[in-house]
Design a protein around this ligand. Structure first.
Ligand code: C2E
Ligand code: MG
Ligand code: MG
Ligand code: MG
Length: 285
C-alpha cells in the first residue's frame, strides 16, 4: 500500500489548473502562512528497533505539512520550497523545537536513553548561527543534548564547508549525536565517514533489498564491517518485510527502521506503540 504522503507528488501539485508559476507562488505563500500560524505543520515519529536488545531505542521525527486543500505535501518538496523562499532556517528550527518539546513531554514515560532523531538540511547546517540556535532550543525545552540526534545527508555542499563541520563538532562536544542519513547512495563517499564527526550511519533504504549474491549484499556487509571498525552505530532504513530483515541481520545489522516494524506515527500513537512493544517484549529474540 502507498503511504499517505506518497499520494501527493510534487508533479501533481504543479499540474493543477493554472500556470505553474502561479501555483508555485501560491504554494510558497501557503508555506509562509503555515510557518507564521504554526498550523498544519507537525511531526510524525517512526520507531527505531534494536533486535539485539529487543528494544525500541529511538524514533525519527518526520516533517508533515497538511496543506488545506492539496493534502500532504511530501517533505522533500516542503524543504526545497522553504529553501527557495529563504525560510529553511525558520522551518528547521520549528521542527527542532517541536521534536525536542515532544521528547521532553515523554520524559517520564519513555526510557531515559530514548533518542529523538531530527533531519537537518545542508543549508541549515551551513549557517553560522546553527550551533547557538540548537543550544537555545535545548535550553528552552530543558532537554539533555544526548537525547537529540541530528540526521544529516551527504551533500556536495557539505564537506568543504567549514561552518557546517564546526557546528557539528561543537554540537557533539555538548553531547548531541550526529547520524549520516541515506548512506550508500547519491554522493556517498567513504570520505564522509572520515571527515564528519559522526555517531551513527543510516543505510539508505535502496540497499535494504539484499538478495543472496547481489551487489547490495556485498555493499551492506562492507558498511556493517566498516561501521563496526569505526565504532559507529548502524541503522538500516526502509525494512519492509521479514525476508529483508533476516538477510540484513545475517550480514551483521542489528538496528532497523521501516514499515515492517512501524510506519511513521502521530506522537500519541508512537508512544503507545513503544510502550506496548517494550512491555510485550515484542522484538526480543
Ligand atoms: P529520510 O530522513 O531518509 O526519512 C525516511 C523516509 O523513509 C521517510 O519518508 C519515511 O516515511 C520513509 N520510510 C520509512 N520506512 C520506510 C519503508 O519501510 N519503506 C518505504 N518505502 N519508506 C519508508 P518521508 O517522511 O516522506 O521523508 C522523506 C525525506 O524528507 C526524509 O528522508 C528526509 O530526507 C526529508 N525530511 C523529512 N522530514 C524532514 C525535516 O524535518 N527536515 C528536513 N530537512 N528534511 C526532512
Ligand atoms: Mg532521516
Ligand atoms: Mg534516510
Ligand atoms: Mg532521504
Amino acid at each position: 500500500a502507498e503511504s499517505p504522503e506518497a499520494s501527493v507528488k510534487p508533479k501533481r501539485c504543479l499540474e493543477l489548473p493554472g500556470d505553474e508559476g502561479r501555483m508555485a507562488v501560491s504554494l510558497a505563500s501557503d508555506l509562509e502562512d503555515a510557518l507564521a500560524t504554526q498550523k498544519h505543520i507537525f511531526l510524525e515519529y517512526q520507531p527505531q528497533v534494536d533486535l539485539r536488545t529487543g528494544r525500541i531505542f529511538g524514533a525519527e521525527a518526520l516533517l508533515r505539512w497538511q496543506h488545506p486543500f492539496l493534502g500532504r505535501v511530501a517533505p522533500p518538496i516542503v524543504v526545497a520550497l522553504a529553501d527557495d523562499i529563504e525560510e529553511i532556517d525558520r522551518l528547521g528550527l520549528h521542527v527542532l523545537s517541536l521534536a525536542c518539546r515532544q521528547r521532553k513531554r515523554w520524559r517520564d514515560v519513555l526510557p531515559d536513553d530514548f533518542v529523538i532523531a531530527v533531519n537537518v538540511s545542508p543549508k541549515q547546517l551551513m549557517n553560522r548561527e546553527f550551533y547557538r540556535n540548537v543550544v537555545d532550543i535545548l535550553d528552552r525545552e530543558h532537554l539533555p543534548p544526548s537525547l537529540l540526534e541530528l540526521e544529516i545527508t551527504e551533500s556536495t555542499m557539505l564537506l568543504p564547508d567549514i561552518e557546517a563541520i564546526e557546528n557539528l563538532k561543537n554540537l557533539r562536544k555538548i553531547g548531541v549525536k550526529v547520524a549520516l542519513d541515506d548512506f550508500g547512495m547519491g554522493h556517498t563517499s567513504l570520505h564522509y565517514l572520515r571527515e564528519l564527526p559522526l555517531d551513527t550511519v543510516k543505510i539508505d533504504r535502496s540497499l535494504a533489498d539484499v538478495s543472496p549474491g547481489s551487489v547490495n549484499e556485498h555493499i551492506v556487509k562492507s558498511i556493517a564491517e566498516l561501521s563496526g571498525t569505526l565504532n559507529l552505530s548502524l541503522v538500516v532504513e526502509g525494512v519492509e518485510n521479514e525476508r529483508q530483515l533476516s538477510r540484513l541481520s545475517a550480514l551483521g545489522c542489528g538496528r532497523f527502521q521501516g514499515y515492517f516494524f512501524s510506519r511513521p506515527l502521530s506522537a500519541d500513537v508512537c508512544l503507545e506503540f513503544v510502550l506496548a512493544a517494550n512491555r510485550e517484549n515484542r522484538f526480543a529474540a
